[in-house]
Design a protein around this ligand. Structure first.
Ligand SMILES: [Zn+2]
Length: 251
């Protein structure tokens, strides 16, 4: 089976556990794991992990809350670093807007500016973006459209089904995380959107299928099985379509 995990944080795992996790993923048929950086340290770690493991690909970015901790000069420096690694990475991410964490209107505006700066960079180097949105779903979709972004993945997207459909109509992909097993929201997305707009992710070690558990890339196999069940299709066929979406977007 051909499987892809388009959003994980492999840097969070300890070294030994990470090696085991990547091995289990490969054994489950996962051909690609995109590990996303969120700050300067994890961006460098993403590049290292891509060197270390054949199936791991790097995405670099500044997460909304992490970006706020950096000075304007440090942000510029990091964006230059990302630009200079253009040839090694598959996407810009994890970037986005998090209004739950924004304590003031000023912080929201700063998040917005940092998000748009990174969208501009992604566009300039021709890379897709992996987007986080929390309590800011509408603002995220509006910003992507307004900035002329053509290649985007909405990760763990909790917008309304109406907004999900709007995002899909704009050409964006929506991911199904491993917590689809317990989330009626993601079950509804899997049912509503055509397979041509879906991707699979784990956000490993987060968003596990069991509350309080730890997710890992191998779990996308169970996600694909669940999507197949919802769509009334064969798992292999679902896996192949989602994998071709991954290839189309990231290569
Ligand atoms: Zn994430």
């Amino acid at each position: 089976m051909l499987l892809a995990d388009v959003h994980a944080h492999l840097d969070i795992f300890g070294e030994e556990e990470r090696t085991a996790v990547v091995k289990r993923a490969a054994a489950a048929g996962v051909k690609a794991i995109i590990t996303s950086g969120i700050d300067p340290d994890s961006n460098r770690k993403s590049l290292e992990l891509q060197q270390q493991f054949k199936i791991v690909k790097a995405a670099l970015g500044l997460y909304p809350t992490e970006a706020l901790k950096l000075s304007a000069a440090a942000v510029e420096k990091e964006l230059d670093f990302i630009r200079s690694n253009n040839g090694k990475i598959v996407a810009i991410g994890e970037i986005g807007l998090d209004y739950q964490e924004a304590k003031s209107e000023k912080e929201r505006q700063l998040q917005q500016r940092l998000f748009e700066q990174q969208l501009k960079l992604a566009r300039a180097i021709g890379k897709p973006v992996i987007v986080h949105s929390r309590n800011a779903e509408k603002a995220v979709v509006d910003t992507l459209i307004r900035c002329g972004c053509k290649k985007a993945v909405l990760h763990a997207f909790h917008g309304s089904l109406k907004l999900v459909k709007e995002a899909a109509a704009a050409g964006f992909y929506v991911t199904i995380p491993t917590n689809i097993q317990r989330s009626s929201h993601f079950q509804a997305i899997a049912k509503t959107l055509p397979l041509s707009r879906l991707l699979t992710e784990t956000d490993a070690p987060f968003l596990a299928s069991e509350k309080g558990g730890k997710s890992e890339p191998a779990h996308v196999a169970a996600t694909v099985a669940r999507i197949a069940e919802i769509k009334g299709m064969v798992a292999e066929e679902v896996a192949n379509i989602i994998y071709s979406n991954y290839q189309h977007l990231f290569s």
